[in-house]
Design a protein around this ligand. Structure first.
Ligand code: PLP
Length: 390
């Protein structure tokens, strides 16, 4: 059976832009050199990697040598957390980690492992009902022994944006490294390293029309990081291994296109988003928006629906031709209520009925209209055939 015709899951991943594919192709075949080689095959590849680094640095308002290419968002998050935690402990004995309770698993599970196996003390910051961390709560909890603070920029499950600049004012004053997982923001928000006040920022190409398996950690110079992957001196020693030239070129092209299209894209996303949010709330009895009503990702709609099992709804939507999600792609098949939804104070039973609808460059008015017709019917059908005890 072909996959559902209507893709409404752009927060999980996006199609690679044909222009990005085009830019990558020669670096697989006729320009296959190893950028570490001295001969001209190598020089050509090295030039491509360094050109890519410059493109990324211009977009994120940093220096080229502040960009570390990685294999994606998860690796960037791991490098930020483990790298900064180990460096801070070595330099000043700092062993306290402060993260929000609404992080992606790439941050959460990494911090948990640092706590369980390496003796760091993990503290979760409070969040409000929208999943935002208040700068005052960070002020109250940050300590001289805090090795690192990590707070997600735009939430993948509930869409909420954090006040990164306000939070960074706190970490800067205390001289504590501040990382943000910004995987979801690149296609819609202009994020400049300096302006944000961040010390580290994770990005990943497949969330903004680039290829899977490549990302970057942007690290303000002066931030100490212990490398995770040791070997050659690639990425100035921060990440050993032969550079993935073609994917790095693809990442840079996707970053460049995101910069060009951001304004138009986000205006369009916002229009479709608001139509979906309004339509679902109006037409589906017992549906409630999760995350912040306005301070949210431009392409992101998320709900909980009373008396519904989220996974059953996703399966029904899939059969009806709509690809949606219940939150994070990694949660598929997992019957546990989402930690993020519990952290924002939702009842476990209600949080099992979550639905995430995210739009993208290829979304159309017709798709949104059809979705808003189909969803209420499917919810009705699921409710009548399988009542879930409250
Ligand atoms: C997708 C995503 C990740 C993981 O990135 P990968 O490139 O898939 O490893 C991490 N954090 C957030 C917020 C994401 O949306």
């Amino acid at each position: 059976m072909p996959p559902p015709a209507t893709y409404l899951d752009y927060a999980a991943t996006t199609p690679t832009d044909p222009q990005v594919v085009e830019a990558m192709l020669p670096w697989f075949t006729e320009r296959f050199g190893n950028p570490s080689s001295v001969h001209r095959w190598g020089q050509m590849a090295e030039q491509a990697v360094e050109d890519s680094r410059r493109i990324v640095s211009e977009e994120f308002g940093c220096r080229a040598d502040e960009v570390i290419f990685t294999s994606g968002g998860s690796e960037s998050d791991n490098l930020a957390l483990r790298g900064a935690a180990h460096a801070a402990r070595a330099a000043r004995g700092a062993d306290h980690l402060l993260i929000s309770p609404v992080e992606h698993d790439a941050v959460l599970h990494t911090a948990e492992q640092l706590a369980e196996h390496e003796g760091f003390e993990l503290e979760l910051l409070p969040v409000d009902a929208y999943g935002q961390v208040a700068p005052q709560d960070l002020t109250d909890r940050i300590r001289p022994s805090t090795a690192l603070v990590s707070i997600i920029y735009g939430n993948n499950e509930i869409g909420t944006l954090n006040d990164i600049e306000g939070l960074a004012a706190v970490t800067r004053e205390r001289g504590v490294p501040f990382h943000s997982d910004a995987l979801q923001t690149t296609s819609q928000l202009k994020v400049k390293l300096d302006q944000s006040g961040l010390d580290m920022l994770s990005i990943g190409a497949h969330k903004f029309y680039g290829p899977k398996g490549v990302g970057a950690l942007i690290v303000r110079s002066g931030t100490s990081l212990t490398p995770l992957q040791t070997g050659g001196s690639q990425e100035r020693g921060a990440r050993a291994g032969t550079s993935n030239v073609s994917l790095i070129v693809g990442l840079a092209e996707a970053v460049r296109l995101a910069g060009q299209r951001r304004e138009a894209d986000s205006a369009r996303f916002r229009e479709l988003r608001d139509r979906i949010i309004q339509g679902v709330i109006e037409r589906v009895l017992g549906a409630k928006l999760t995350g912040h009503p306005t301070e949210r990702l431009a392409n992101h709609c998320s709900f909980v629906i009373e008396g519904i099992d989220g996974n059953e709804l996703l399966a029904a939507l899939d059969l009806a031709g709509f690809a949606c999600s219940s939150g994070s792609a990694c949660k598929t098949g997992d019957p546990e209520p989402s930690q993020v939804l519990l952290a924002v104070g939702l009842e476990p039973q209600l949080s099992l009925g979550s639905l995430r609808v995210t739009v993208g460059r290829h979304s159309t008015d017709d798709e949104v209209r059809a979705f808003l017709v189909a969803l209420p019917k499917l919810v009705e059908r699921l409710r009548s055939s399988q009542p879930i005890p409250q």
